[in-house]
Design a protein around this ligand. Structure first.
Ligand code: UDP
Length: 250
């Protein structure tokens, strides 16, 4: 693991790598069964990891964006897994059992849904859409109807309702925050997990990797579509999102 996580707070002693995903690593912590260390990597993937890349400083930028946004959402009464920052690249977070659903909220049509429905990217929606995708790389995260999510035992009816309510609340909070820094929140994906009591928390990350953010003045894309579509200036765009957030959140 990186040096920066080793020499930070002495309160936490990193034990072992328990999971490595496409953009993050999860480590256990000595003497703590209910919390983990989440380290953000510099890698960037798209299209179910068929396209791979990275840029210097990406882990740090995404860690900072996630910490700022989770702190902001906590103030807005959203329960999140974030506990505290740990060095430049990591956070200490509640250990959760991740619900195997990607929860996507859309305010404006873009990406796969615009394509699927034959509608122009940029078509505004009268009200936000909430969609569930089954977290399974081998199946390429297929869309699930509510009944299919129940059939797959991904969540109960009550939990699906709570995920929708929480996702819409996060959407409202983020729309107003991003509006202050001249960005439109087009869509985003969030993940949730359950603690040992069954309480549901927002988990994972919120970064330009999993949001679409368009500059309100220029319509410039400021998110992972710059990587997906080879638009260039990827690092600069992620850093610009962070710098704008710092102006209103620090
Ligand atoms: N998204 C994500 N991970 C995924 C799929 C989607 O973070 O595995 C995000 C994506 O960045 C966008 C939103 O969810 O902000 C909606 O993505 P969409 O379903 O339109 O898929 P895409 O067009 O990105 O394939």
């Amino acid at each position: 693991m990186s040096q920066s996580t080793k020499d930070s707070s002495e309160k936490w002693v990193v034990s072992e790598l328990i999971y490595e995903g496409k953009a993050k690593k999860i480590f256990s912590l000595q003497g703590h069964d209910d919390i983990v260390l989440v380290e953000f990597k510099d890698s960037l993937t798209a299209f179910n990891a068929l396209k791979k890349g990275e840029f210097e400083n990406k882990g740090k930028v995404n860690r900072e964006i996630t910490s700022l946004l989770f702190g902001y959402l906590t103030k807005g009464h959203v329960a999140t897994h974030w506990i505290e920052d740990f060095g430049a690249l990591s956070v200490i977070a509640k250990k959760l059992k991740i619900i195997p659903l990607e929860v996507v909220v859309r305010n404006v049509l873009a990406g796969s849904t615009a394509k699927k429905l034959g509608l122009a990217e940029g078509t505004p929606l009268k009200k936000p859409l909430v969609e569930f995708y089954y977290k399974d790389d081998a199946l390429a995260d297929p869309f699930l109807s509510d009944d299919q999510a129940l059939m797959m035992n991904a969540a109960t009816t009550e939990e699906l309702q709570l995920l929708k309510t929480e996702a819409l609340k996060i959407n409202s909070l983020l729309i107003s925050l991003f509006a202050k820094i001249n960005l439109d929140l087009i869509d985003f994906k969030v993940e949730f997990g359950k603690d040992s009591f069954g309480k549901i928390f927002l988990a994972d990350e919120i970064t330009p990797d999993c949001c679409r953010l368009w500059d309100k003045t220029t319509s410039e894309k400021m998110d992972k579509d710059r990587f997906r579509r080879d638009l260039g200036l990827i690092k600069e765009s992620y850093e610009e999102v962070l710098n704008r957030l710092k102006k209103v959140l620090i």
